[in-house]
Design a protein around this ligand. Structure first.
Ligand SMILES: Cc1cc2nc3c(=O)[nH]c(=O)nc-3n(C[C@H](O)[C@H](O)[C@H](O)COP(=O)(O)OP(=O)(O)OC[C@H]3O[C@@H](n4cnc5c(N)ncnc54)[C@H](O)[C@@H]3O)c2cc1C
Length: 388
């Protein structure tokens, strides 16, 4: 299956191992597609468990780093682009596990990394990242879930919502308020096992594209102090850093969805006959597909730039991570809408490729920072050009 734009991959922003990875993803896509066709009608929770274990067994999580290995963001972006092209839930299972593993990889103690990461990276222990609350979305500095110190433990009380994988997770990475002060400095991050007493899934959320979402309730949930990740008061900084890094990967996933839509629309346009010729024969169709191609190229280049910068540890990559997410997700929304238009009525039939992509793409302009928040971040770099 052809997924990637090789003219972008051959740029010096990528290394030979990335080109090999892209080829491996394309052949994996051919292998997994028949199996996905058979199992995709199962509930998202069941799919999530199955795919996370499969990706762990096949070593895909190695790209996110490990006890002694740094992440490779160009690889993470390629995996997300390729997996999103293949199936929404493949991207979902890969990305949520990656997000849950990253705080431990980057800030976990030597003991936490040695004991927890092997099972996580092998897909035997499923994770979720719990930041949002019923009254807290964009502004995570306002998190209100409390973690009160009692002896050698913390006692967590509050609710998290919109948590991806909440209903299948074996553990949650939870952002909580450990100090009385309001704002970002009073927050800390915890590793919390799903079977901890006082923690439970209180609701599952059904969204327009079926994925595993839920709310988690913490009612006097006791967590050993040794399960804090990083130091007290560092929670906001760690969560902010992870979101800053992973934003470009959301752009990569959006590009994967959009590439799939563009390929399907092109194929349809060439085969669908009208009285005057095919849909492709009309200049207005060519114009739509040309705009899609230009937008896909722009997105791929912006993602490559941001991922190369972070892999080279270049200061200020955050601005380009936000630009990559903003541009790629906004472009993808339009590319997919145009694909539906090219299909005509056939594009809105339930469970066809364009109809599914139309539902699946929408949330990427909301999670990990809405498009409005990306614009504010980019503008802040214009205000302080020395940091970008
Ligand atoms: C598919 C999906 C998966 C998710 N997965 C997770 C997860 O795994 N873990 C987790 O913790 N959370 C998760 N979330 C929650 C997600 O992080 C929030 O939805 C997101 O941060 C936006 O918050 P909100 O929905 O509360 O919107 P709000 O913050 O209430 O924003 C509402 C509107 O106001 C705008 N707005 C807000 N602040 C500003 C501002 N300062 N300036 C201008 N406009 C502003 C926003 O752009 C938006 O248009 C997920 C959400 C979705 C949709």
């Amino acid at each position: 299956m052809k997924i990637f734009d090789t003219s972008v991959l051959r740029l010096p922003l990528y290394e030979e191992r990335h080109r090999q990875l892209a080829r491996r993803i394309e052949s994996w896509a051919d292998e997994i597609s028949p199996e996905l066709g058979e199992i995709e009608r199962r509930p998202p929770a069941e799919m999530g468990r199955h795919l996370t274990a499969l990706f762990g067994r096949n070593g895909w999580y190695a790209a996110v780093g490990g006890a002694d290995a740094a992440p490779d963001f160009r690889s993470i972006c390629l995996i997300r682009e390729g997996f999103a092209f293949v199936h929404d839930l493949c991207d979902f299972a890969f990305s949520i596990q990656a997000l849950a593993a990253t705080p431990l990889i980057r800030y976990g103690s030597a003991e936490q990394r040695a004991t927890l990461l092997p099972d996580i990276l092998a897909g035997r222990s499923i994770g979720c990242l719990a930041l949002s609350e019923p009254d807290v979305g964009s502004d995570i500095a306002s998190v209100s879930l409390r973690a009160e110190r009692r002896g050698e433990s913390y006692v967590l009380t509050g609710t998290k919502t919109w948590i991806s994988n909440a209903d299948i997770a074996d553990f949650a990475i939870v952002l909580a308020r450990t100090a009385d002060q309001s704002g970002p400095l009073g927050l800390s991050l915890f590793f919390v096992r799903a079977q901890s007493s006082g923690m439970r899934v209180v609701e599952t959320i059904e969204a327009m594209a079926p994925r595993s979402f839920g709310s988690l309730s913490f009612d006097e949930c006791i967590v050993p102090a040794a399960q804090m990740i990083g130091k007290p008061g560092l929670g906001f900084q760690i969560a902010g850093e992870i979101l800053e890094q992973y934003r470009m990967t959301v752009g990569a996933a959006a590009t994967g969805f959009a590439r799939r839509a563009r390929s399907a629309a092109l194929k349809w346009a060439r085969s669908r006959r009208l009285s005057t010729g095919t849909v492709w024969d009309m200049q207005l169709t060519k114009s739509k597909l040309a705009d899609s191609e230009a937008a896909l190229t722009a997105s791929a280049l912006l993602i490559a730039q941001a991922a190369w910068e972070i892999d080279q540890q270049i200061r200020g990559y955050g601005k380009h991570s936000s630009i990559a997410k903003l541009v790629a997700t906004e472009h993808a929304q339009r590319i997919i809408d145009d694909a539906v238009q090219i299909f005509g009525a056939a594009g809105i039939v339930k469970d066809t490729v364009p109809e599914r992509l139309y539902r699946q793409i929408r949330s990427l302009r909301i999670y990990e920072g809405t498009s409005e928040i990306q614009r504010l971040i980019i503008a802040s770099h214009l205000q302080h050009p020395d940091i970008g």
